[in-house]
Design a protein around this ligand. Structure first.
Ligand code: ADP
Ligand code: ZN
Ligand code: ZN
Length: 761
């Protein structure tokens, strides 16, 4: 009988026929890197009380018994029969690092996003937690029990006796140093006593970093208006009924959505439960932090600038249930709250909720799974819901609640489009700011208002071209034009680290006529400073905001009125609440409109509506001027009318016609390698496998490609992509999974799978 058949026999045997003595505890272990399967290990008797699902374990792996750390995902009690299992060597966690709800969540992610369970676990548990940052291993000493009360009888030298007396009297265990100091002796007598077994020692990990929760000001609740009350009731209903429901809160900018979240969270907290609030990283401003702290006191704010030690300390506080509210970016969806009561995801349309490295998850979908599995409500809020969420609300999967009015019935700003084709033809205007925009700025500034100018391109000139030979300067590693950054006097690639001194002549024909064209925020700032010399202008983009805290400082300066004009990229379009802004200018609405991405119109619409929402938030009315070459584009038109329905209906029709999400599920594969022919050939091979696999499984699938990706070269690698669409999401995922599980790419060629991709470039 082979080992295999023997195993099967035992597997099939009914449990009551098995001798109890043969039942052993087996830990199923997965690894963050290396082997992809689940491995069984025997739990030795000494670790039976220690190893639990969700703990990390040290195990030997492979023929060489390489020591590895893995995650125990499950314990099973079963007969081993003739199977010889290796034993777990050690357990690294006293309490499970990942509790059952998060284990389920990560298992689902692994299946849905087609990545390894171990890899998901590794990314869910912050590095600072895994390495126990901000803690130190300390030895604590106490008197061995059998000597308690018997010290007088012991024939010991005076010093040693003194040490034991102190330990007996002490309320807590002591470190060797503390003990030596108290007994006024060296460490020597202590060491002797430990060796004799009269002193017990114990290694304990102590937290050295703690987190304070300063509250600068307490804030009272606003009396809710009717729209807010109706929205709150919609959240409280499932909350009180202890059931899951997803509420899509479509509330225009400034309608008071945050106030609704806060009220719902207050109720959750009153039950002794915890709430997770997810916001885009860029919205984690001190203003937002203070707003939650002012209401709840203890709030864990998880932003990207935390040190490992701070992150670990927060993790501990959260998992002990000590902080009622967790506010954070994408990854806060994994906060280890033991008593979850509610998840809120604000600005749910934001693409930053999608992680662009493996595991390529979307926090909205992860939050939905988690809320369902922990039976709590999920609130998705946005002024411009993603079409994915809106379609689900239309199908009745989500409950749609609308807040169509601003607080105090403040009017939405008038939005006017400026046709740039007309401006440049008729008026010969040069520069980035057209005459109507300039006039509006002068007026707003003269009335002591503030102005926000949005331009979603950084740098000074966005392309460098030679009119003599037509050559335009590209990155040698990427299929991307170089951007001129004037303050650095450099030409940079925005995708890799390539940079060269800004050229004075054409690199190919040596013509000195080389031209710097196109507008970035740096050039816009220059133009503003030239045209409005009496005013102070601030620029916010990733170049000017590199130092930690610079973002907050700039916002504070603008709030205080130290600057009157704020120029920036999409960074300034979101969430900012400055009552004195009376004019928003969109310098070029078309930057994203013509990208080869089926969401280009949606992105443009979101950006325009969001930036328009930055004005008219105080007592003064606001205006928005949008410069565009496509004033008739439906996305621009709908944004100008603040008409979400108009946009969504039209765009959903387009998506349905092309079978794009939300009317299908999409999976994108990107295959990249240094040698173009080899990479292309492998992409074609993968395409063939996928065609066969989906056909064999009977999954109706539309396959586009393989084709060169829109960015055909990146960081020296050629890129090909394949795009699969199907109405049968599970079938599609399964077919991709079986195809890629066995994939052996040629040397140097890599592939990635992106489920529900947002990045199409
Ligand atoms: P949103 O999140 O929908 O953009 P916010 O919740 O930030 O809107 O509310 C906009 C402003 O209105 C905030 O300054 C907030 O303090 C204020 N606000 C919200 N609700 C009320 C209310 N019921 N009464 C008075 N002011 C309110
Ligand atoms: Zn040239
Ligand atoms: Zn590059």
């Amino acid at each position: 009988m082979t080992e295999q058949t023997q195993q099967n026999l035992f597997g099939d045997e009914s449990p009551w026929e098995v001798d109890d003595a043969e039942l052993r505890t087996v830990a199923v272990v997965v690894f963050a890197s290396g082997p992809q399967e689940e491995y069984d290990y025997l739990v030795p008797d000494t670790l039976l009380d220690v190893v639990q699902a969700g703990c990390r374990v040290k195990v030997p792996l492979g023929r060489g018994n390489r020591p590895m750390t893995g995650y125990c995902v499950r314990l099973e009690t079963k007969p081993l029969g003739a199977r010889r299992l290796k034993e777990i060597e050690d357990c690294l966690d006293d309490v499970p690092l990942v509790r059952p709800p998060l284990l389920r969540l990560t298992q689902w992610m692994s299946g849905y996003y087609l990545c390894e369970w171990g890899q998901v676990l590794e990314s869910v548990v912050p590095a600072g937690v895994r390495m126990a940052a901000g803690t130190k291993l300390t030895t604590l000493l106490s008197l061995a029990d059998e000597y308690r009360g018997k010290l007088a009888e012991l024939p010991l030298p005076k010093k040693q006796k003194r040490v034991l007396e102190i330990l007996q009297a002490a309320l807590h265990a002591m470190t060797p140093q503390q003990l030596a100091a108290a007994a006024q002796c060296t460490l020597a007598p202590i060491t002797t006593l430990r060796r004799k077994g009269m002193i017990r020692s114990q290694a304990v990990r102590l937290q050295t970093t703690e987190i304070e929760h300063p509250v600068h000001a307490r804030e009272e609740n606003h009396a809710l208006n009717a729209d807010q009350q109706q929205a709150l009731d919609a959240v409280l209903d499932p909350l009180r009924g202890k059931r899951h429901e997803t509420i899509l809160l479509h509330g225009i900018t400034g309608s008071g959505k945050t106030e609704v979240y806060i009220r719902a969270i207050q109720e959750v907290v009153s039950y002794g439960r915890q709430a997770i609030v997810l916001v885009p990283e860029i919205s984690l401003t001190p203003q937002v932090r203070e707003r939650f702290r002012a209401r709840f006191g203890r709030v864990a704010v998880l932003h990207s600038h935390l040190t490992d030690a701070e992150r670990h300390a927060y993790w501990q506080q959260i998992s002990r249930g000590e902080v009622p509210v967790v506010v954070g970016a994408r990854s806060a969806v994994f906060a280890p709250t033991p008593h979850l009561g509610l998840i809120v995801l604000d600005e749910e349309h934001e693409s930053t909720f999608k992680q662009e490295t493996a595991p390529r998850y979307h926090a909205r979908d992860v939050a939905l799974f988690r809320a369902k599995s922990e039976n709590v409500p999920l609130v998705l809020g946005s002024a411009t819901p993603s079409l994915e969420s809106f379609a689900r609300a239309k199908r009745g999967e989500f409950k749609l609640i609308e807040m169509p009015r601003r607080v105090y019935d403040r009017p939405l700003p008038d939005v006017l489009t400026i046709d740039l084709r007309h401006e440049s033809r008729e008026r010969g205007f040069r520069g980035a700011i057209s005459r109507p925009l300039r006039t509006a700025m002068e007026k707003a500034l003269a009335d002591d208002g503030q102005v926000i100018l949005l331009l979603n391109r950084r740098g000074y000139s966005t392309h460098i071209q030679c009119p003599a030979c037509g050559e335009s300067l590209k990155c040698p590693n990427c299929d991307i034009s170089l951007t001129h950054h004037r303050h650095l006097a450099q030409a940079l690639c925005h995708y890799c680290d390539y940079e060269i001194p800004a050229p004075r002549e054409c690199p190919s024909c040596r013509s000195p006529e080389i031209r710097f064209g196109g507008y970035g925020t740096e050039k816009l700032e220059y133009e503003v400073n030239t045209r409005f010399p009496g005013y102070r202008c601030l620029r916010m983009d990733t170049d000017s905001m590199q130092k930690p805290g610079s973002h907050e400082r700039a916002l504070a300066q603008f709030r205080e009125g130290e600057a009157q004009i704020l120029v920036g990229t999409q960074m300034i379009a979101k969430g900012l609440d400055f009552p004195n802004v009376t004019l928003v200018g969109v310098v070029n609405a078309d930057t994203a409109l013509h990208l080869p991405d089926f969401r280009a119109a949606e992105r443009t619409f979101h950006l325009l509506v969001q930036v328009a929402g930055r004005t008219g938030r105080g007592d003064r009315e606001g205006r928005v001027l949008v410069q565009t070459l496509s004033p008739d584009h439906p996305a621009v038109q709908a944004a100008a009318r603040h008409d979400y329905r108009m946009f969504a209906d039209e765009e959903l029709r387009n998506r349905a016609e092309w079978g794009y999400p939300p009317y299908s599920s999409m999976v994108r594969l990107v295959i990249r390698g240094p040698r173009e022919p080899v990479t292309k050939e492998f992409a074609q091979y993968v395409g063939k496998l996928l065609t066969d696999a989906t056909a064999a499984a009977g999954v109706p699938t539309k396959l586009l490609g393989p084709a060169p990706a829109p960015i055909a070269r990146l960081r020296g690698l050629h890129r090909f992509h394949l795009q699969l669409q199907s109405t049968d999401a599970a079938g599609l995922h399964a077919a991709v999974h079986t195809t890629t599980a066995e994939l052996k790419p040629p040397e140097d060629v890599q592939w990635i799978v992106d489920v529900d991709p947002l990045d199409m470039l």
